[in-house]
Write a protein that binds this ligand. Structure first.
Ligand SMILES: NC(=O)c1ccc[n+]([C@@H]2O[C@H](COP(=O)([O-])OP(=O)(O)OC[C@H]3O[C@@H](n4cnc5c(N)ncnc54)[C@H](OP(=O)(O)O)[C@@H]3O)[C@@H](O)[C@H]2O)c1
Length: 304
């Protein structure tokens, strides 16, 4: 229970901090912008501390580390669940939890939800690892703030643990009590939504990579095709749908995944707004109007 509360609290604090960072010029200028948003960014820090803070950066292509670490956590988690449900044996994570945590708050998600949720997230992380190394062509010069890096690593680890922590006691008792294997319409809709969003996110990432001829290039163009015709950041919309599908699977009863969805919506909406402004300042209004005569929403079709 303590770990669940800790993860949820961190996600809520981060969500509030990212809203504050967007409102405060110094934080916006030093921490918020990453990748292409740093190019032609006229929001420069004006104070010494913010100037120093803005120098703590890492290459943006380190994004791939998030998915690699997430995938390793997922593989370890699968091993934990297999040992727990088949042999009633605790491995590393469960031994730590048994020593320092309590089992309160680990019953309200079913064994089936834990298994399906962890499987879906493992598929998502595997696809992102594949895309990061074999599809995307990130520029070598783009950077992100070190705080983004640490948050990204923590976020994916937390989401993986979040798929099963809140139902781990049901996984454990599956040997002694037969579990409900009834697969209802909500689970099926969640899986279909997950597949649909994953397919479009893959397509959008492929479109972005095709804008670059080689891996060493750092040029940016206006992406066209698929969901880019209606949204500035369709890959972010797809990300939101992926976390929404996981929440549908858990009937919105998994607190960690609810906080993860809120964080994703808030964080990606902020970055999406910045991205729209970046396109407006980077390309002429004429060029953008020619490409999208009816305009484009930022992240939510028809709404925002
Ligand atoms: N759940 C979350 O909280 C969260 C947070 C952040 C990201 N994500 C997910 O991670 C994925 C990547 O996010 P991101 O923020 O890195 O997306 P991004 O800034 O759009 O970058 C994605 C890739 O496309 C390239 N790119 C972007 N715009 C381009 C353009 N106009 N022309 C040519 N290349 C372009 C980028 O190159 P450069 O690297 O050179 O800029 C990068 O390699 C997204 O699907 C997003 O949903 C999730």
């Amino acid at each position: 229970m303590y770990l669940i509360i800790f993860i949820c609290t961190c996600l809520i604090i981060l969500t509030i901090l990212s809203i504050c960072a967007q409102q405060l010029h110094e934080l916006q200028a030093s921490v918020l912008a990453y990748g292409k948003l740093n190019l032609h960014n006229n929001k420069k820090p004006t104070t010494l501390w913010a100037n120093q803070l803005s120098k703590w950066t890492v290459p943006k292509h380190y994004f791939s580390h998030f998915y690699v670490i997430g995938l390793i956590t997922a593989i370890v988690s699968i091993a934990e669940l297999v040992f727990l449900s088949c042999f009633n044996k605790s491995l590393f994570i469960m031994q730590l939890l048994d020593q320092y945590d309590t089992r309160a708050g680990t019953h309200h998600v079913s064994q089936q939800q834990c298994i399906v949720g962890l499987t879906l997230l493992t598929c998502h992380l595997s696809r992102r690892v594949y895309e990061s190394f074999w599809i995307e062509k990130p520029s070598k010069t783009a950077t992100m703030h070190a705080s983004h890096y640490l948050i990204g690593i923590g976020f994916y680890g937390a989401m993986v643990l979040g798929t099963w922590l809140e139902g781990v006691s049901n996984v454990e008792s599956s040997l002694s009590q037969p579990q409900d294997t009834y697969f209802n319409i909500a689970s099926l809709s969640a899986i279909l939504l997950f597949l649909y969003a994953s397919y479009h996110q893959y397509k959008c990432h492929s479109i972005l990579s095709l804008l670059r001829q080689s891996k060493d290039e750092g040029t940016y163009s206006i992406p066209r095709g698929d969901w880019f015709e209606m949204l500035v950041t369709p890959h972010y919309f797809a990300d939101i749908l992926i976390y929404l599908s996981l929440n549908i699977l858990y009937r919105f009863q998994n607190y960690i995944l609810i906080c993860g969805l809120i964080w994703t919506i808030v964080n990606l909406s902020i970055v999406s707004g910045e991205t729209q402004m970046w396109y407006q300042s980077h390309f002429s209004a004429e060029k953008l109007n020619q490409a999208f005569p009816h305009g484009r929403k930022r992240i939510l079709p028809g709404l925002y």
